[in-house]
Design a protein around this ligand. Structure first.
Ligand code: ZN
Length: 208
């Protein structure tokens, strides 16, 4: 820290800039105090310094992303009803399998009070989660792992398939799921108490 530095004022509001006490710190090159810096960069991002304010540049970015086939990751909103892949899998598995079943966890916030399962067989106490690309994100993986752990505590088995695998080999997935379901019928008796309808669930209409 130098006396010179502690004397420097913010270039906008004129308040003295607080010196940095970190050991071995380089003399600061800051021009703005913290609050003025936020304002400065916010204003800068609205102006020509930000290329995304230039229509020609935006068009070029959009064209490049389109050529590369980049698409935004979409999270399916449960209010939309089952995804096309969930609906196909449930239909292929048969009458015992339902989409959008909600299971109360018995937990309180910040933990979810209930979990909505993609494709569920209550009789076998198991569900198949049908994942799109959004489930590859690190945070989504952590969320999925916690969901599986909570469900496992309640006696539920979670299987995980991807949209792509359903497109590729729906029959193979159906055989696999049925084989596991057949071994799980006896599990159900121990967990009858967990199968009450979720109090937080109201029927959801499908938005068009
Ligand atoms: Zn300032």
């Amino acid at each position: 820290m130098t006396t010179q530095e502690s004397a420097r004022p913010c270039q906008v509001c004129g308040n003295p800039l607080l010196p940095t006490y970190r050991r071995g710190a380089q003399p600061s090159r800051r021009k703005y105090c913290d609050s003025c810096r936020v304002e400065y960069f916010r204003a800068r991002m609205q102006g020509p310094a930000n290329p995304m304010n230039n229509a020609a540049c935006r068009a070029k970015v959009a064209r490049t992303l389109r050529e590369r086939g980049v698409q935004p990751i979409m999270r399916w909103n449960p209010g939309l009803g089952p995804t096309p892949h969930e609906a196909r899998l449930a239909a292929a598995l048969g009458d015992e399998w339902a989409t959008g079943v909600a299971i109360p966890t018995g937990l309180r916030p910040p933990y979810p009070r209930c979990y909505r399962l993609d494709v569920t067989c209550v009789g076998a106490l198991m569900c198949v989660e049908v994942d799109g690309s959004s489930h590859q994100a690190t945070r989504a993986k952590a969320r999925d792992a916690r969901k599986e752990a909570v469900l496992a505590d309640m006696g539920w088995l979670t299987l995980r398939v991807t949209n792509i695998s359903i497109d590729k080999d729906l029959e193979g997935i159906v055989r696999w799921v049925r084989r596991i379901a057949a071994t799980r019928r006896q599990v159900r008796g121990q967990h009858e108490g967990n199968l009450s309808p979720c109090p937080n669930t109201r029927p959801r209409s499908r938005r068009g």
